[in-house]
Design a binder for this molecule. Structure first.
Ligand code: GLU
Length: 291
């Protein structure tokens, strides 16, 4: 069976040089190994994703000379599959509904921080401080009756206990050079949301379901997602899915050393194209050899 790679952008902005690097690396690794390359549109966030950005993804990738298989999987067309996965985790007693708004969570974190240091996840976001896990069934029913929107969170302590020690195979490197067999640390993320209030899924859940459904064998993506892999390994284990191998690549930085953002036009591929750059210039700019 040939290896299966994928490039999985979110259409919430125009692709920039960092995306070009990731897409071209996937294409190159697929070519070298006689593998397949899939394109997946990660558009679960209906408020932030726009058809114009999706259309631009196809234009930019084709311009770079990348070929992908069709049909392209669009996550927004598969909410039922994600819901089925949360149903399974729910049936295992691993999810609980939480009702707090962002503002309430921020207030709870601030209160914790007065008492002492409150832990943050690998992305620097404070862990969920809420008490929803210990709400009684009747309190939950009452909140539901009152129409409170609900997110579903993973009971991380229980889920990690059941899954036991996990690791993944890393062919790239983590932020501190982690490589080879990397020990997963899902607890560092706390009780992550698996289904958002307004969307029946989340990045973590849909990426894991899709990689498995699409038979992806080699995940190649930016280092910013390195520690997310801990959560992905946990979900794969709980849902009985075969894990791919991972290669996290360094992120391209802007001149100030910051992360390239979709919102800053200067490195957007369409902007560079409009200014006369060709695909060969892009390869040079991101340090890839000529095609
Ligand atoms: N959709 C994610 C992004 O655009 C990438 C997901 C992944 O490669 O796992 O950042």
């Amino acid at each position: 069976m040939p290896p299966v790679f994928r490039f999985a952008p979110s259409p919430n902005g125009y692709l920039h040089l960092g995306h070009a690097y990731s897409a071209l690396l996937n294409a190159e690794l697929a070519r070298q190994s006689g593998g397949r390359l899939l394109l997946r549109i990660e558009d679960i966030d209906r408020a932030r994703c726009k058809p114009a950005f999706e259309a631009a993804i196809y234009v930019d990738l084709a311009w770079l000379g990348i070929e992908w298989e069709t049909p392209v999987r669009r996550q927004s067309e598969h909410f039922e599959q994600y819901r089925a996965a949360t149903d399974r985790l729910n049936a295992q007693g691993l999810l609980y509904p939480s009702f707090e708004s962002r503002a309430e969570i921020a207030r709870l974190v601030a209160a914790e921080q007065i008492r002492g240091k409150w832990p943050h996840d690998p992305d620097g976001v404070p862990l969920y401080p809420g008490i929803a896990r210990s709400l009684t069934p009747s309190a939950v029913a009452e909140l539901r009756r009152a129409g409170a929107p609900t997110a579903l969170r993973l009971d991380m302590a229980e889920a990690s206990r059941r899954a036991g020690a996990l690791q993944w195979t890393e062919f790239g490197a983590g932020p501190s050079g982690e490589s080879g067999a990397v020990a997963a640390r899902p607890e560092a993320w706390g009780d992550v949301i698996l289904a958002r209030k307004e969307i029946p899924t989340s990045y973590h859940l849909s990426v894991v379901i899709d990689d498995a459904l699409q038979g992806v064998t080699d995940v190649v993506r930016g280092q910013d997602l390195f520690w997310s892999t801990s959560v992905h390994r946990l979900l794969q284990t709980l849902l009985g899915l075969e894990p791919p191998t991972y290669r996290h690549h360094p992120l391209l930085r802007d001149e100030g050393g910051g992360k390239l953002a979709k919102s800053t036009g200067a490195t957007a591929l369409r902007e560079l194209r409009a200014r006369g750059a060709g695909p060969a210039d892009i390869r040079r700019m991101i340090g890839l050899p000529a095609a």
